[in-house]
Design a binder for this molecule. Sequence first.
Ligand code: FDA
Ligand code: NAP
Length: 449
Amino acid sequence: MIDRENETYDVVGIGFGPSNLALAIALQERGLDGSESGLSSHFFERQHRFGWHRNMLLPSTTMQISFLKDLVTFRNPTSRFSFISFLHASGRLPQFVNNQDFFPTRQEFHQYLEWAQSQVAGHVSYGSEVTSIQPVQDATGEAPDRLRLTVVAGATGQVDRVVEARNVVISTGLVPRMLDGVESDERVWHSSEFLHKFHCMDPASLRRVAVVGAGQSAAEITRFLYDQLPHAEVSAIIPSYGYSVADDTPFANQIFDPGAVDDYYFGSEQTREAFWRYHRNTNYSVVDDEVIRDLYRRTYDDEVRGVQRLHFLNLTRVVDVKRAGPETRVSLRVGPGGETRELEVDALVCATGYHSMEPTKLLRDLDQHCLRDEAGRFRMERDYRIATTPYLSSGIYLQGGTEHTHGLSSSLLSNIAVRSGEITDSIVARGAGLSTKRSMFAQAAGGIR
Ligand code: FDA
Ligand code: NAP
């Protein structure tokens, strides 16, 4: 274990995906990057290098937001960390503009994120997983104003470091959701591990493959498998009658505007319910129009050639998976009548979505000081701080896991620039003693959600 007694930061970020990368930049742009007068900060990331959903970096897949919703532009349009600055630095700005497309490939956006992280990498420890957050209790028994984080080195699995923080920003990302009772292995994969598991296999051994789900991940993987395995039968197990299109039309897209966070947070129960009832189809169990058309075109062309190898099993859900050696037997409940059917495959991909971010495991004993609503979810202040009992004066902020209080953009990229700025403002304001118990936002609103 590295001896770093007194390693105390004003801000420690757990996880270094796009959300905390945006925060690192927001802190730096406030001149708060560890300079004498500013706040000190450090970020811990369990991956050995920066990576944004690497196992889903499939060829030609595109972003689901405009390139202008990058790490910074909505907060600071003149930032040197913008996607446009990246294009300029890469010598591709004219070509990008000629392309006349708001939606870069995921591969290019990944390059942008890597470029941005390389400029703040001095504040990040990779291969470092935070396993717990505990209060620092001093001899006086006063309310702890610091938190102690235990960091494990990925390579050794040993405790590597213990650091203290006045504020913690948790941004550990979505949690893969498998089929009930099914575990992933070398032939049953969750979409989040797709490319890694796929490349571990001999493609020739994959003659029958199936993909579960009717969301963006499922459709993209189905298209990829069909294209990469020209000898294989590809089955798409979809619970709906056909893929539904993701609504990204302009009026619906307003729910991802920064202002929509206030409408959701300060809105009535009825307002929040309307967001979900009318606009869930902007994000969940839906697919981009272009991918739907691509898949339909492939199956139609096959039909014309009389060689059908792409099978859409609609109104179908997986109810069980049995594994034995190279065999995988999938039990399906099919159609309106609910008959059961068996499908044997060489590999099964569960594109069954994600649970939202859940920091309870990290918080351990601290969890008892975090307030929860009637449904057991964290009560949140407007500045993304978990509402706590007076016992805690340090800030525990969440980037993600706040859909119930801050709306649909919580787990997406749409609002990360503005959200990071708001968290930075809150930390500065609280540090300056403007408010210790309630954020300026919550004060303005007179309430906590
Ligand atoms: P993200 O999951 O990216 O990062 C969390 C990081 O925390 C990870 O790097 C993880 O390793 C690390 N970590 C976890 N636990 C840790 C611990 N205990 N200690 C240290 N590190 C830890 N949204 C959108 O708006 N537009 C889009 O185009 C897409 N595209 C997209 C594609 C795919 C395939 C998926 C699955 C999702 C999207 N999304 C999206 C939604 C997605 O949530 C979003 O793009 C970001 O990944 C959110 O960034 P975060 O930094 O919050 O989480
Ligand atoms: P998702 O939208 O939550 O879809 C999961 C799918 O799995 C749903 O259709 C669900 O159907 C289905 N499912 C669950 N259990 C099932 C069962 N037993 N049998 C059959 N189907 C079952 O998840 P996702 O596609 O991974 O998308 C998650 C997020 O990642 C979204 O924000 C998406 O936009 C994003 N994403 C973006 C890109 C990109 O940028 N290019 C690529 C991939 C993903 P029910 O709803 O009926 O349960």
